[in-house]
Design a protein around this ligand. Structure first.
Ligand code: NAD
Length: 360
């Protein structure tokens, strides 16, 4: 029986529409192969939405996202909107989308593809075979805790304050996403905190530990964040799935991503309790190469694969797309950002055509 999914597309700005076009063709082809039907609807967000409606996240766009099964986002922003007041900036639309859909879990994979191993700044033997997923809590912790602000103390001195706070329910819900993610991967989960110093981290560790019996097939370990940072660059292969709070996750997910050395290859997923998740590349709108058919569409295509795996529960379709990406790299096709000696340079469109051929 044909399964049908409503997908809201947010192509956004810069290279966004170019890379989104490739992902949509890939999804259509995989859908036709596996009897999956995608109903796509595009909506404006970011700079393009500011130009059209005066708002980076129009009500109608958020409503369309809420009514869909998943949201595929490309990238937003650009020089043109950089000087607008904060509430009108493209990034404000992104925060509004996360808040509006209750997206508390951010999944950031860092996978070293054998074909791109030399793009990493670390030694081949250190990064070969690395396949890490960082699950970062996205809507709590020190970025949102109260009190926050810059206050004048009784001495007349100024004092900057932020508060790192997590409730048990906030920890439990991200913990469950992380355990379930580890189940879909290598079955190992490392929780990262600073429980030797911070009470909030002690609660984090206690709650994550308390969840473990519900997931007997997942092997749980704990690391302090300073040690985790060291281990990530010393021997990253020891990690499978990492779960951590907002601040530690912000830093560790970027460090893990850079093990791969190539920003045009990195997808991400943001998930809520129920309702649609948002799937998007880690990179920005690359205004410097927009409209020149130079963008690497693979992070966008891999984001579509994440959408199938984590948003729509279609692992076979996700596998097909990921296999096709490996195949085009094996065939030597490279966009400018991942170009290496002896490879075949292609633009965004030609990379898309190669992918369609690889999917067969
Ligand atoms: P960027 O990621 O857009 O670009 C950094 C560099 O990487 C550029 O040289 C760019 O050409 C290159 N690059 C990025 N993606 C590429 C791809 N798919 N293929 C080939 N090359 C690629 O970061 P930036 O230059 O700091 O930001 C540009 C704009 O994007 C800004 O307005 C920023 O606010 C916005 N931004 C948006 C997001 C998002 O939509 N989630 C994330 C980061 C930055």
């Amino acid at each position: 029986m044909t399964q049908s999914f409503r997908i809201t597309l947010l192509p956004g700005d810069g290279i966004g529409p170019e890379i989104m076009a490739v992902a949509v063709e890939v999804l259509k082809l995989v859908g036709s192969q596996l009897d999956l039907q995608f109903e796509f609807q595009s909506a404006p967000m970011g700079g393009v939405a500011i130009d059209e409606t005066g708002s980076p996240l129009p009500e109608a766009t958020l409503a369309a996202c809420r009514q869909s099964d998943a949201v595929l986002l490309a990238a937003i922003g650009g020089y043109k909107w950089d000087t607008l007041p904060r509430h009108l900036r493209p990034e404000t639309g992104l925060l509004g989308l996360r808040a509006g859909l209750g997206l508390f879990a951010n999944l950031r994979p860092a996978t070293i593809l054998p074909q791109l191993i030399d793009a990493s700044s670390l030694k081949r033997e250190v990064v070969e075979g690395v396949d890490i997923m960082v699950v970062r809590e996205l809507t709590g912790g020190i970025y949102f805790g109260e009190p926050k602000g810059i206050f004048t103390a009784e001495t007349g001195e100024q004092r900057g304050v932020n508060t790192m706070a997590y409730t048990t329910s906030e920890i439990d819900r991200i913990g469950r996403v992380a355990f379930e993610t580890a189940q879909k991967r290598g079955g190992r989960l490392c929780s990262v905190d600073k429980a030797n110093v911070l009470e909030v981290s002690q609660l984090w560790r206690d709650r994550i530990t308390a969840l473990a019996p519900d997931y007997p097939d997942v092997e749980l370990s704990h690391l302090y964040v300073d040690n985790a940072a060291m281990q990530l660059v010393r021997w990253p292969k020891q990690f499978d799935t990492i779960v951590t709070g907002n601040l530690f996750g912000d830093i560790l997910s970027d460090a893990a991503a850079m093990l791969t050395g190539s920003i045009g290859m990195l997808p991400s997923a943001s998930l809520g309790a129920d309702g649609p998740g948002v799937f998007e590349p880690v990179h920005g709108s690359a205004p410097d190469i927009a409209g020149q058919d130079k963008a690497n569409p693979l992070a966008q295509v891999l984001s579509a694969a994440m959408m199938l795996r984590y948003g729509l529960n279609q692992p076979e379709a996700a596998d097909r797309i990921e296999t096709a990406v490996l195949l085009v790299l094996d065939q030597g096709y490279r966009t400018g950002d991942i170009m290496a000696e002896g490879m075949t340079p292609v633009g965004c469109k030609a990379m898309g055509e190669a992918l369609l051929k690889a999917l067969g």
